[in-house]
Design a protein around this ligand. Structure first.
Ligand SMILES: Cc1cc2nc3c(=O)[nH]c(=O)nc-3n(C[C@H](O)[C@H](O)[C@H](O)COP(=O)(O)O)c2cc1C
Length: 253
């Protein structure tokens, strides 16, 4: 049988992150539809532990930009959303009923909130791309999550997991090549990492080619070079997230 292909699958296989947007605003019915799609995402245990905040105020957007440190977050191009892990709502429901809120402080519940939040976000990505829009996740807001918490007036038991810009693409990047399935997918057990040296070096040269084409030779880092030298060095990767989570009463045990 031939590999199946639908509009949805073609959209997903054509995914590219877009970081430059035109000045065109998203029409309100489009924003509404994207938010409806987010609302329909699966939710772990039906707890619905996520909240999405649309940023329309320039000063608030500037704060998110400062937290992220990424130039394309500032200004007015692309609609900005922040996807928040939200255990506050359910804590309020339990408090109102006089029920213990301690279960909301476990790592398990926090992870469930993270799952809900990213699933809602990725539903939005797929829908947006199916409409010809571009998106970029902003994990970079983890560079200063406390600043985002303050700017958005986020209560305890919430955490801004990712931002997202959505807009009309003003660039057309190549598809970014992923590791081969032989390395990243297994059947019944973890795929062996011992015999992949050749596959990895082949992949390295594919990645080098990608950057070469995208940035006109400015950046030639192979995948393994990035893992050796870049991993752990980014602002968001060095951020004191544990302290922020503890202050927010999340994942305490
Ligand atoms: C959770 C998450 C956070 C991300 N954060 C950022 C970010 O802060 N800034 C950015 O420019 N891209 C961000 N990205 C986009 C990745 O850099 C991008 O998906 C990756 O390089 C692969 O490229 P592609 O999406 O074009 O295939 C993020 C992606 C994910 C899934």
């Amino acid at each position: 049988m031939q590999a199946p292909s639908t509009e949805t699958i073609r959209t997903q296989l054509a995914h590219r992150t877009i970081r430059a947007f035109t000045t065109d605003r998203l029409p309100e019915p489009v924003v509404d539809t994207l938010m409806e799609v987010a609302r329909h995402a699966p939710t772990s245990s039906f707890y619905q532990q996520t909240t999405i905040i649309r940023i329309t105020d320039p000063a608030t957007r500037h704060e998110v930009y400062e937290a992220s440190g990424q130039p394309y977050v500032d200004g007015t191009r692309g609609e900005l959303f922040v996807f928040v892990i939200d255990l506050y709502r359910n804590a309020r429901i339990r408090e109102a009923a006089g029920v213990d809120t301690a279960p909301l402080e476990t790592t398990a519940l926090f992870l469930q909130g993270a799952e809900d939040t990213l699933l809602a976000a990725q539903n939005v990505v797929v829908a947006a791309e199916s409409l010809g829009l571009g998106t970029v996740y902003l994990g970079s807001i983890a560079g200063d999550p406390a600043r985002v918490i303050q700017a958005l007036d986020l209560p305890e038991r919430t955490y801004p997991l990712v931002g997202m810009l959505i807009g009309y693409p003003d660039q057309s990047p190549q598809l970014k090549p992923r590791l081969p399935r032989k390395i990243t997918q297994g059947v019944n057990r973890y795929p062996s990492f011992d015999a992949v040296t050749t596959d990895l070096s082949e992949y390295d040269s594919v990645v080098t080619d990608y950057y070469d084409l995208r940035d006109q030779g400015a950046r030639l880092d192979s995948f393994t070079h990035q893992i050796r030298t870049k991993l752990g060095t980014g602002r968001a990767e060095r951020s004191p997230i544990r302290e922020v989570l503890t202050a927010q009463k999340l994942a305490l045990r």
